[in-house]
Design a protein around this ligand. Structure first.
Ligand SMILES: NC(=O)c1ccc[n+]([C@@H]2O[C@H](COP(=O)([O-])OP(=O)(O)OC[C@H]3O[C@@H](n4cnc5c(N)ncnc54)[C@H](O)[C@@H]3O)[C@@H](O)[C@H]2O)c1
Length: 268
């Protein structure tokens, strides 16, 4: 029987991001919510957004309960250039610049090839996983260039590296493969300006997006656990500690890198 460890140090405060301004997208749920709260706990000024106003407000309220301030624009649709521009401009107006961009928001639709609808599933997933990253990076870029040591954190996925049994992830694999490849290109374009761009590739993390298949697809949870060397499902905090490192000056020589945070799932 394997021991089961809970995520490390939930709620731990520090100053690893003191003085930094971070834009975090998708703060209403899962990984984006976890990162927004953990960045604020580490001293960053955080501006978030989400298309789902109620869930974003709940994150802002949770921050306030912890005596932290997170500013959020919601509802805000990151697949449209104008609202993205507004998010960036309001962050600069509020905090004077941007040091960190975390593109956690995403929308993915899951279906097997023959069942997938072109417009409402395939195209919507590529817009919700690829365009959403392009638009935010493009809008934030001049401000990231203006700061020294700025950092972009994008989310690829274990699905950018491998197919997972029982997972109808065709469009998601295409989207996350694209994020992985474009992040390397962005790192190359940003290097001369000191902008670092890295990706995190989580295996399955328990969030709003994954709870349904975990709880309702027969055999899915067991399959996921079987792949994890550490025999537990990942939580947003497991990802948050790496995001803090990548956002901070501690990772000043790290760019164009992809980090498998997956309890070993992609290593065997
Ligand atoms: N959870 C996982 O198992 C897992 C695994 C690998 C990669 N990822 C990636 O990590 C990132 C975070 O995943 P998560 O599971 O926390 O996601 P999630 O679905 O739980 O949360 C995503 C948030 O983004 C918001 N959002 C979606 N479309 C938006 C839009 N157009 N404009 C503004 N907000 C929008 C949603 O409302 C939601 O609050 C995503 O890029 C995801 O693909 C997640």
């Amino acid at each position: 029987m394997h021991p089961v460890f809970t995520p490390a140090m939930p709620g731990k405060r520090g100053d690893r991001l003191a003085g930094k301004v971070a834009v975090v997208t998708g703060i209403g749920a899962g990984i984006g919510r976890g990162i927004a709260l953990m960045f604020a706990q580490q001293g960053a000024s955080v501006v978030g957004c989400d298309i789902d106003a109620a869930s974003a407000q709940a994150t802002v309220d949770e921050a306030a309960r912890q005596d932290l301030a997170i500013h959020s624009l919601h509802p805000l649709d990151l697949t449209q250039p104008e609202p993205v521009q507004r998010l960036i401009e309001q962050t600069v107006a509020l905090h004077g610049g941007i040091d960190i961009l975390v593109n956690a928001a995403a929308f993915g639709s899951f279906a097997w090839l023959e069942a997938m609808d072109y417009e409402t599933q395939w195209r919507k997933t590529l817009t919700g996983e690829v365009d959403i990253v392009f638009l935010a990076c493009q809008a934030a870029w001049p401000h990231l260039k203006a700061r020294s040591g700025s950092s972009v954190i994008n989310f690829a996925s274990a699905n950018a590296h491998m197919a997972l049994p029982l997972s109808a992830a065709l469009a998601h694999c295409a989207g996350k493969g694209a994020v992985l490849a474009m992040s390397r290109q962005l790192a190359m374009e940003g290097g001369p300006f000191g902008i670092r761009v890295n990706t995190i590739s989580p295996a399955l993390v328990e969030t709003a997006a994954t709870r349904r298949p975990l709880d309702h697809v027969p055999g899915f949870r067991d399959k996921v656990l079987e792949k994890c060397m550490l025999k537990r499902i990942g939580q947003p905090e497991d990802i948050g500690w790496l995001a803090i490192y990548l956002a901070s000056d501690e990772s000043g020589w790290v760019t164009a890198a992809d980090f498998n945070i997956d309890a070993g799932a992609t290593a065997w």
